[in-house]
Design a protein around this ligand. Structure first.
Ligand SMILES: *Cc1c(COP(=O)(O)O)cnc(C)c1O
Ligand code: SF4
Length: 324
């Protein structure tokens, strides 16, 4: 008999996958239901924890806007496309992207805890045949410039502890790899993912581990999540957070001030505030660069310097993210 799946997997299986179930749960009116997009190519998937934080009987809620497909997604626009950051041109192997000096990114998984409607990688043709990283690891092993390995996706915490442990073990044997960075949004949906098994992989790992979370609104946080993240901090793992500037979610002064204050109060350092990557179906999320700069100035006027993220955009072909 197979052992029982870990708690976090059991919780993940309770995600909402049917919009009609969520519409019932949120007690939406017929007019509001008519604004839901039932046939989006990017599937709907939402952890219960996040659904429970959503306002009822409305669609004007920062969590609903981020995670619930609306018919606005079907607005076509000339400047929007399937792969706005040109990931495909930088694919060095099935699961390997190399864009920037010294950093290489492994697409560890196609899966995430939740599906963010504005995700720039929502159309990426992930290789999902296997969870074997041997070819990608060979490439990293053979290229001494690769000092930092970023585990991204999808979400690397979608992998089992067994798969992640194996990957970490293999990375530990590559002398020129000095850092492993994890890009994850998983703890926001399912903080139970930060379990004993995961912590023990990090605890004994010889290379520096750095976590970059993705958090856009303070409503995504709660004391269970901060408690789980605290365990990572206790292992000496720096926690950073990146956000996307999103219309109707976080594009006002107070929302950002509250978010970044909450983050620094938890020892999480704001890293990037990204302008939207113009992926098809995301026109309703766009905020201008000028507005972004105004918001950053307001943050500077109110918060410590380390609480103010860098406003950036990814411009395909540039050697780094571009400061705006
Ligand atoms: C954003 C990104 C990185 C990381 O860039 P930093 O500026 O170091 O955070 C690395 N690789 C790819 C492909 C990226 O898109
Ligand atoms: S968690 Fe990240 S990769 Fe996954 S859907 Fe959201 S933005 Fe995309």
């Amino acid at each position: 008999m197979n052992p029982a799946p870990p708690l976090w997997r059991q919780i993940q299986r309770q995600n909402f996958h049917r919009l009609t179930d969520l519409a019932d749960f949120l007690r939406l009116s017929p007019d509001q239901r008519a604004r839901l997009h039932h046939h989006s190519a990017f599937a709907f998937s939402l952890p219960r924890r996040i659904a429970q934080k959503m306002a009822k009987k409305t669609l004007n809620d920062p969590l609903i806007r981020q995670f619930v497909p609306l018919i606005d997604e079907s607005i076509p626009a000339a400047d929007f496309c399937p792969d706005p950051v040109n990931d495909l041109a930088f694919r060095r192997h099935a699961k390997l992207l190399h864009k920037y000096h010294g950093r290489v990114l492994i697409l560890t998984s196609s899966a995430c805890a939740m599906h963010c409607r504005f995700c720039f990688r929502q159309n990426f043709p992930y290789e999902t045949q296997n969870q074997d990283f041997s070819s990608e690891l060979d490439q990293i092993r053979n290229d001494p410039r690769m000092e930092e390995v970023i585990l991204s996706g999808g979400d690397p915490l979608s992998l089992s502890n067994e798969s992640l442990g194996k990957l970490f073990f293999q990375l530990a044997a590559i002398p020129h790899v000095k850092r492993i960075r994890i890009h994850s949004r998983f703890p926001i949906g399912i903080p139970e993912r930060i379990d004993e098994g995961l912590l023990s992989i990090f605890a004994k790992h010889p290379q520096q581990v750095i976590f970059v979370l993705h958090i856009n609104h303070v409503a995504e946080l709660d004391s269970d999540i901060l408690h789980a993240l605290r365990h990572l901090q206790q292992l000496g793992i720096p926690l950073l957070s990146q956000s996307v500037l999103l219309n109707g979610v976080n594009d006002d002064e107070m929302t950002l001030r509250i978010l970044y204050s909450a983050l620094i109060n938890a020892g999480i350092i704001p890293y990037y505030l990204h302008l939207l990557d113009r992926v098809d179906g995301s026109t309703h999320f766009e905020v201008s660069a000028a507005r972004g700069r105004q918001l950053i100035q307001d943050l500077r006027n109110h918060l410590p310097g380390y609480a103010v993220p860098r406003l950036v955009q990814e411009i395909a072909g540039q050697p780094s993210k571009t400061l705006m």
